[in-house]
Design a protein around this ligand. Structure first.
Ligand code: UDP
Ligand code: MG
Length: 323
């Protein structure tokens, strides 16, 4: 059996770009000379993505389509695709052509050099605002300071995984799937390939600042317990300050007597401590909510329809006959 390459493509309302994406990707994959399958995951799209995918599958026997029962988000859509990937090696790529499919051949070269995970690293974020660039930079800085795994900067899901790296990744079934952290966490020899990230070919990004903020929270809470410990140190700090303040008052009262004053400072301290306590409770709440979600250990996704690639289906039938 020749080596099989699986390409996993999550798609949520991507019908305007899918045709072009498929054409460009197929071209690259044909040129590699490997057997391949392209697995599209329709993540509960509300436009005609499903119809476009059905048409692609009708015209190309390398196409597999997984339809999820609703929109589960990119992380889970990806997981569904990876669960169904049959390849000896897997490539994850966005449908919007921001990740150039042409880079796949370079990924494969590094894979043959013995790397298990080969990821694209953006050298420039074309079409992104200054604000997004600088928040991204700060996020990586904070994240890597706080967490125990080093998350490579400016890398996304665009990457290649060997079979053993994929099996390792798929054995992690947590509900809160911060993928970038998980890739780093499984280890194995990893290699980065720099590339220029393009602006979206068509359609719209599904991200806004609120989602990015929650994504950042997800990353930090999934890979670090430093915020939880911070409240302890904050507590020690404020109580030490209170102790010193107490001594100061004691001495002042002994030396100068006790004029009744200090209402503003009193209210200030009360408000300040109230705020600190609420923040600490909030941090505990973030972790508690995640523990709660994980403890339910629900299925990650449900599949509404699975249409394997026809080449794959016929290969399976053949191997059954040969048995
Ligand atoms: N995506 C998905 N489910 C979602 C949101 C996004 O499968 O709920 C897919 C989307 O179709 C695209 C990829 O994830 O292929 C990246 O999404 P997007 O381009 O919106 O993110 P960005 O490139 O801006 O990070
Ligand atoms: Mg995109």
């Amino acid at each position: 059996m020749p080596e099989l390459l699986s390409v996993v493509v999550p798609a949520y309302n991507e019908s305007p770009v899918l045709g072009e994406f498929h054409r460009r990707t197929s071209e690259v994959l044909c040129a590699t000379g490997m057997a391949y399958e392209i697995i599209y995951i329709d993540d509960g799209s509300t436009d005609d993505t499903a119809a476009v995918l059905a048409r692609l599958r009708g015209n190309d026997e390398a196409v597999a389509v997984i339809e999820l029962s609703r929109n589960f988000g990119k992380e889970v859509a990806l997981t569904a695709g990876l669960d169904h990937a049959n390849g000896d090696v897997v490539v994850i790529i966005d449908a919007d052509l921001q990740d150039p499919p042409e880079l796949i051949s370079e990924f494969l070269r590094e894979w043959r050099n013995g790397y298990d995970i080969v990821y694209g690293r953006r050298t420039d974020r074309e079409g992104e605002s200054w604000l997004k660039k600088s928040t991204a930079k700060w996020f990586y800085r904070v994240m890597n300071r706080l967490s125990d795994v080093e998350i490579p900067r400016d890398s996304g899901d665009f990457r290649l995984l060997s079979r053993r790296a994929l099996d390792a990744l798929m054995s992690l079934r947590e509900t809160h799937r911060y993928m970038k952290g998980l890739y780093a966490w499984v280890g194995f020899p990893q290699k980065e390939v720099p590339y220029l990230r393009q602006a979206r070919a068509a359609g719209e990004t599904k991200w806004n600042y609120w989602r990015l903020w929650n994504f950042a929270l997800e990353g930090i809470t999934s890979f670090s317990d430093v915020p939880l410990k911070m409240s302890t140190y904050l507590g020690i700090l404020t109580s030490s300050a209170a102790f010193l303040y107490g001594i100061y008052f004691l001495l002042r009262t002994i030396i100068f007597g006790n004029p009744v004053a200090g209402y503003p400072s009193l209210i200030l301290v009360v408000l300040f401590l109230g705020g600190v306590q609420l923040i600490c409770l909030g941090i505990i709440g973030e972790y508690l909510a995640r523990t709660y979600n994980e403890s339910k250990s629900r299925a990650l996704y449900f599949v509404k329809g699975y249409h394997p690639s026809r080449s794959r289906a016929s290969a399976e039938a053949e191997s059954r006959i040969n048995l």
